[in-house]
Design a protein around this ligand. Structure first.
Ligand code: CMP
Length: 132
């Protein structure tokens, strides 16, 4: 399940399996709001299949697909969800609660850098998009 997720690439199959077992896989139908802006959230989501849209105040911020993640912001700082995340195709996510997410990064700090790179990419995209 995790074999083709870039964040887990350098890990042995045994380690990947142990990590995978810490989360659970959840399926969402098209149109399902997985995360709601302003809501409380303790889940970190990694997309295994499908596609989601990130929307804020009705504006589309991003489309995310297989191998990408969302929900990290509230998991990291404990603040309310910053945007809605809606399934736009049948979507399967691997979901990890915040304390497991923190434990994962502590035990596998190499994973943090590619995640930070993705966050920087999103920040640059947000900076270059027209202000709403
Ligand atoms: P969180 O705030 O926990 O819940 C909503 C999620 O949408 C957020 O975490 C990010 O994962 C994601 N998100 C928010 N803004 C953007 C953006 N500009 N580009 C891509 N993803 C975003």
């Amino acid at each position: 399940m995790m074999a083709d997720v870039p964040y887990f690439e350098g890990l042995s199959e045994k380690t990947r399996k142990a990590i995978a077992d810490e989360g659970k896989v959840i399926s969402y139908d098209v149109g399902k709001m997985i995360v709601g802006e302003g809501g409380a959230g303790v889940g970190f989501y990694l997309i295994l299949d499908g596609k989601v849209e990130v929307r804020k105040g009705g504006r589309k911020l991003a489309t995310l697909g297989k191998g990408q993640f969302f929900g990290e912001m509230s998991v990291i700082d404990g603040q309310p969800r910053s945007a809605d995340v809606v399934a736009v195709s049948p979507t399967r996510c691997w979901v990890l609660v915040s304390w497991s997410f923190a434990g994962l990064l502590k035990s596998h700090p190499d994973m943090a850098l590619p995640m930070l790179k993705e966050l920087v990419k999103r920040l640059r995209a947000a900076q270059s998009s027209p202000a709403s």
